[in-house]
Design a protein around this ligand. Structure first.
Ligand SMILES: Nc1ncnc2c1ncn2[C@@H]1O[C@H](COP(=O)(O)OP(=O)(O)O)[C@@H](O)[C@H]1O
Ligand SMILES: [Mg+2]
Length: 349
């Protein structure tokens, strides 16, 4: 059953059509709770969509339904505080003059004394020590502030949690750890979550459903693997990670391309098509007879990985990431091995 339904929602700001007929469904999995990531370049309408779901603004047209309840039907919209939707924005937006306990208790009924047990429980949930309750936000790290903002959003037991780039201000290591902790916490609590991010790795690792936005439209929705390996267009392919896109001729499930014959995922397609390989599908080996050969034009070693530029026999150059341990010498001739199947893009892209 669809838990959250977004149906042909549009929103315009002056001359900018921020959302152009967006439809998206979020279902609950076997265990309650589900994780959707909305990913797309800056300005593609991600925050606007979250603001409409949260009720900070109303759509111009279209409907939003949560758990069978109509949240918005065009400009007729239920107020945000009645929706049971928790929100954590990019900067956390804690009240700077309130301490941690007051920030978390802000929306809770009763006085701070009565809330103490609940605040302690919420701090525990987000992995913060109780001693932090009396600190002001400026005495917390970025990661700790985001956890307080999450505790505040959890305090009112939302049925849906919206996270708008909540980890983007954090350093890479802390960011991955915080993301994992938050994902686990929300899954354990059985809360359906929508994460907005412009970071494709974050989207792919967080979500069980990924929606790619561009120019106010939803370009593709699917499971992370599906989107990464079978994107609808070269643009989506490149947005979700490094992509090797080559022209090819397809016949009976084999693509004839500059890397030689490569198995392709669509056995029915025949004739000219662009194909996609991810860099990790390609490895380099010592030249052997019959193998597709290439010359190493450049190799930029960076520890665990290296960036290799190859000139293929067709004259085309291809850039690919390889394990640092397999870094080839510049000028060497190498054989190219392809693993798995290439993805053939639909005609017309
Ligand atoms: N309050 C606003 N007034 C005018 N334009 C806005 C407003 N909010 C967003 N926009 C415009 O709508 C488009 C989508 O913005 P946004 O939803 O913030 O994108 P994203 O979160 O994907 O970066 C952008 O072109 C942005 O400039
Ligand atoms: Mg945004």
């Amino acid at each position: 059953m669809t838990f959250l339904g977004i149906d042909h929602v549009s929103k315009r700001y002056g001359t900018v059509l921020a959302l152009d007929g967006v439809s998206l469904g979020v279902s609950l999995g076997v265990a309650a709770g589900s994780r959707t990531a909305i990913v797309g370049p800056s300005g593609s309408g991600k925050t606007t969509l979250l603001r409409l779901i949260a009720g900070f603004e109303a759509p111009d047209t279209g409907r939003i339904v949560l758990d069978g309840e109509l949240l918005a039907d065009g400009a007729a919209a239920m107020p945000a505080f009645r929706r049971g939707v928790g929100v954590v924005m990019q900067d956390g937006a804690l009240f700077p003059h309130l301490d941690v306990a007051e920030n978390i208790g802000f929306g809770l009924p009763g006085n701070l004394r009565g809330q103490a047990a609940r605040i302690a429980e919420l701090l525990g949930m987000v992995g913060l020590p109780i001693a932090m309750a009396s600190r002001r936000p400026d005495a917390l790290s970025g990661g700790q502030q985001q956890r307080v903002a999450l505790a505040r959003a959890l305090a009112r037991k939302p049925r849906l949690m919206l996270l708008d780039e909540p980890f983007s201000a954090l350093d890479t290591g802390l960011r991955a750890a915080t993301r994992k902790a938050v994902a686990t916490l929300l899954a354990d609590a059985g809360i359906a979550t929508i994460l907005v991010t412009h970071d494709q790795t974050e989207a792919l690792s967080f979500a069980d459903q990924v929606a790619v936005m561009g120019g106010g439209r939803l370009l593709q929705v699917g499971a992370p693997r599906e989107l990464y390996l079978r994107p609808l267009t070269p643009m989506i392919a490149s947005f979700l990670g490094e992509a090797i896109i080559l022209p090819a001729t397809l016949a009976d499930g084999v693509a004839d391309c500059a890397l030689g014959p490569v198995a392709v995922d669509d056995a029915r397609r025949q004739g000219a098509a662009d194909i996609l390989l991810r860099p990790e599908q390609v490895s380099l080996a010592a030249p052997t007879p019959g193998a597709a050969l290439a010359q190493v034009l450049d190799c930029d070693f960076a520890g665990p990985a290296c960036a290799v530029t190859l000139r293929l026999q067709s004259g085309e150059t291809v850039a690919l990431r390889q394990p640092g341990i397999a870094a080839p010498d510049i000028g060497a001739t190498v054989a190219i091995m392809v693993h798995g199947t290439a993805h053939a893009f639909a005609a017309g892209d």
